[in-house]
Design a protein around this ligand. Structure first.
Ligand code: SF4
Ligand code: SF4
Ligand code: SF4
Length: 314
């Protein structure tokens, strides 16, 4: 045994990995796919979703591979019938409390739940029971939160606290009532959220979606272009989302140099790159009404007076 190297077999393939490597990472090094919901390389390990379970010969229960360290002589099976059956059951349990909304969901085509159901042949629900019935929250200009679609992976919570260092959201309640929300179960609009959209970029399902881009394009129609924000010296990277060569929105990347996008960068980039209305609008009562540029700039009264004076003189 070479010092600091561990020898194990994964699906009967011998592999050596550095000491401290998790089984999930070792499987990746050996070229085997393991599904993950709650794991993210930039976040602390959580081990909650269990979709990454594998069979380890000699171990009584299936092990969550993202939190299990590889040890010398370990024999791992990533796709045995027992493992596949466990993954199917986990997916069916998630679907038992999930809106079957894929036809109109903006996340279709980029949804891990959808992808894994396809991969493991889960077509429906064998379990029946209570379903969450939360109001869809869209009282802010940037994020739509549909907690009925949340699978409680906790990535948004860890992203907000560990990457963004704001801790705006956390798990609240217990059991079936568990959900992710700001303190006192207020909406994001009433919280300290700065709308960096970082949580949106890590959500594996359609529970968190970008509001400016909602309904504008299917994910396969969007081309992403990574750009560096020029509004300050931090060098944050973010993505321009383009459809038919037109920018339809700005989003925070899942990883990259610099700190996460701030609201100044987001708004500035949207103003720079996104199409703005050509006709100015003035707030009247509860809504907005189209107006001329003179009215919008507050010049209409002055121009009217000048015109009256000119009329009198002529
Ligand atoms: S979140 Fe995913 S699985 Fe759920 S409705 Fe949307 S696309 Fe379908
Ligand atoms: S948008 Fe940013 S600040 Fe707001 S909840 Fe998400 S990660 Fe936290
Ligand atoms: S909102 Fe999305 S990222 Fe957050 S816990 Fe739910 S599924 Fe995970």
């Amino acid at each position: 045994m070479v010092a600091n190297l561990i020898n194990l077999t994964i699906n009967n393939k011998r592999i050596s990995v550095p000491k401290g490597t998790t089984v999930q990472k070792a499987a990746g090094m050996a070229g085997y796919f393991i599904p993950v919901f709650c794991y993210d390389p930039e976040l602390s390990v959580y081990g909650a979703c269990r979709i990454c379970v594998v069979e380890i010969i000699g171990m009584r229960n299936l092990a969550a591979s993202c939190v299990t360290e590889a040890v010398e002589g370990m024999e791992v099976l990533t796709d045995s019938e027992t493992v596949l059956e466990a993954r199917r059951t986990i997916l069916e349990l998630i679907l038992a409390n999930h809106p079957m909304d894929c036809l109109t969901c903006d996340k279709t085509g980029d949804c891990r739940l959808q992808d894994y159901c396809f991969r493991y042949g889960v077509k429906g629900v064998d379990f029946s029971g209570q379903k969450a019935n939360y109001l869809i929250e869209e009282d802010n200009p940037y994020i739509i939160r549909d907690m009925n679609k949340c699978i409680l992976c906790g990535k948004c919570v860890r992203t907000c606290s560990q990457i963004r260092e704001r801790s705006v959201i956390d798990f609240i309640n217990r059991g079936f009532a568990t959900k992710v929300a700001p303190a006192m179960d207020t909406s994001l609009g009433g919280s300290d959220c700065v709308y960096c959209n970082r949580c949106v970029s890590v959500c594996p399902v359609g529970a968190l979606m970008s509001k400016p881009m909602a309904g504008k394009a299917r994910v396969w129609e969007i081309k992403k272009e990574t750009v560096v924000c020029s509004f300050c010296e931090s060098g944050c990277t973010f993505q321009l989302n383009k459809k038919n060569n037109k920018v339809i929105g700005v989003s925070a990347g899942t990883s990259g140099t610099g700190r996460p996008l701030c609201l100044k960068g987001r708004l500035g980039m949207e103003l720079l790159y996104c199409e703005q209305p050509e006709t100015p609008q003035i707030k009247k009562g509860e809504g907005f009404e189209e107006a001329s540029w003179e009215e919008a700039l507050g010049l209409k009264g002055l121009l009217d007076k000048i015109k009256t004076l000119e009329d009198k003189q002529s």
